[in-house]
Design a protein around this ligand. Sequence first.
Ligand code: GLA
Ligand code: ZN
Length: 687
Amino acid sequence: MNRPPIPYPHMLHGCDYNPEQWLNRPDILRQDIEQMKEARINCVSVGIFAWTALEPAEGDYHLDWLAEIIDNLYANGIYTVLATPSGAKPAWMAHKYPEIRRVSAERVRDLQGGRHNHCYTSPVYREKTRAINEQLAKRFAHHPGVILWHVSNEIQGECHCPLCQDAFRNWLKARYGTLDALNQAWWTAFWSHTYTAWEQIESPSPIGETNVHGLNLDWKRFCTAQTRSFFENEIAPLKAENPEIPVTMNLMGFYDGINYWEMAKSLDVVSWDSYPTWHSNQDGDETYNAFWADAFSDICRSMLGKPFLLMENTPSQTNWHGVCRPKTWGFHRLTAIDNLAHGADSIQYFQWRQSRGCSEKFHGAVMTHANRTDTRVFQEVRGVGGMLEKLDRLRGARTESKVALLYDIESHWAVNDAKGPRNEGIGDNDLMLRFYLQFWKAGIPVDILNPEQDYSGYTLVCAPMLYMLSGAAAERLLSYVKSGGTLVMTMHSGIVDEHDLCYLGDTPACGLAEAAGIRFLEIDPLYDGQYETVQIVKAPFPLAESYRCERLCGRAAAEGAEVLGVYETDNPCMPDNIPCLTRRAFGRGMIYYTGAFMEDRFYSDFLLSLAEKLEIAPALDTTLPHGVVTASRRAKDGTEFFFVMNWTREQKAVNLPFALKDYESGKVYQSKLPLAPYGAKILIRTL
Ligand code: GLA
Ligand code: ZN
């Protein structure tokens, strides 16, 4: 697929800009431009919720105001990320065409209002979207100031209207061919739920069917497919007019309503909106807020294997967290550097100017109601802008990861829908993040990939809780190991096929049990507060004597695997030496199996020792004090960028393994790098 680059050679520094809210205030619109220049903003996302201003009545297009805005911005050196307005539908449209209003799972149709709530199937909404997009494309797709299409906004949700039900049945017919095949795949003889006519199939609903897991899973797949086809419908007129302007969609972190990896196939560049609950801890330690956000940044970077855009973050505070604390003094610079460290080629904000009314009037913005540029937030934003202006060399720089962490959203859907063995949180995401955290803390770059992506070139692949695993996915894992890769698997993997039907026979299925030299016996979930102990009986690399485990204890039999750790318990009924940690050479590679949900310390010891053994180096090979994190990116011209972030309120220092130059000040640090509270540095080495 031809994925055109953004036709702009610098890092982006921008924000959502809603001039349609200020059309009767030309004085404010004039100020905007001057103030944006002062804030060193070089791009703005325009038109996101501007449909009524663009088409106040059906077919009556008013694009002149937008043209004037875009022209003016461009004349002042500010580029436009042009949005399509489908994220919020006009009232006239919702009233004239009720079919565009979404129907909930309870089968209740929405009234007009809110946003992100249209039907993805409605031919009327598709036609209207296409028509307005055609207008926008004809008018602006060749404008030299337009550098990117921002398609809709935070695309999300599902619709259960009759049109969607029909489309779902057609999608199922194409997938299964016959009702018989569908009934088999969904195991519908259970509770006499067999379908005898296609019309009997309804999307999952709290007032209807929720127990057929195959139905639930296929409904989510269908919602993704329908959303993607809606998206394709949106971009067709944009691409027809000028295929060189890239398209993006802003993702919402670990939102699991649709499969983002499927959506990414239609994107030229991935972007996301990052809103961690900063400053939620009394001690000011932001490590655990930061790593979560970085994990999703790494997902975005890994989706297309190139830098992503940070489409939104707040310059200060949100208005929708339980408690909306502003980023403290200097903290914005730290978060900006951190995003660059994980592959962002932009720092963009929601929002440029606070609206005067409605539900986001107290959301943070570069310009607050005070309308002054001498505020702390404005000046910190300006500071980040100045920093980005000097970072042309970083734009497009790659992150070289030798570790791949596999994460499959479909498996996540299935394992959380499963009913048992642990309904109070099976913890698949937590387990994945526990793996991630150790590499992140050590500064070892990780790509987080969907198992469909190509991971054959990675030295180490970690596959936590791949509960749902198709034969083809298992085959890829096996051939990766056969040709020399190292795989870390866990409990509760390879249990069901792609229909969410349990495999018969030994698991992990499809040859993985044999290859790993183990066989699952049973899984014992623990209540919160309960734990067991795993004793290390043979350590191929440095490990402690024992570790605690919680939540899930997968018991296995070793059948050819070397046993490294066993369950140790004060339960007199439990036999001794049930394997929990094993390894087995397979082909030219090695499979490690970790059977229990272990304490952090285990993953840290185990994964970092394993990485060392495999010669996987961190960004900076040095002992880092708690809260200090490093990352690196490599530019095409032989410059290696190193990022050092201090997520604590304390003064810290890092011993550098080699001399590095502060990219901003030019100062060279030979060995000791001091870091202020919440300080961050961008350092370089020329290769
Ligand atoms: C989302 C939306 C924005 C805005 C922000 C507020 O990310 O895309 O329109 O509502 O949240 O944080
Ligand atoms: Zn619908």
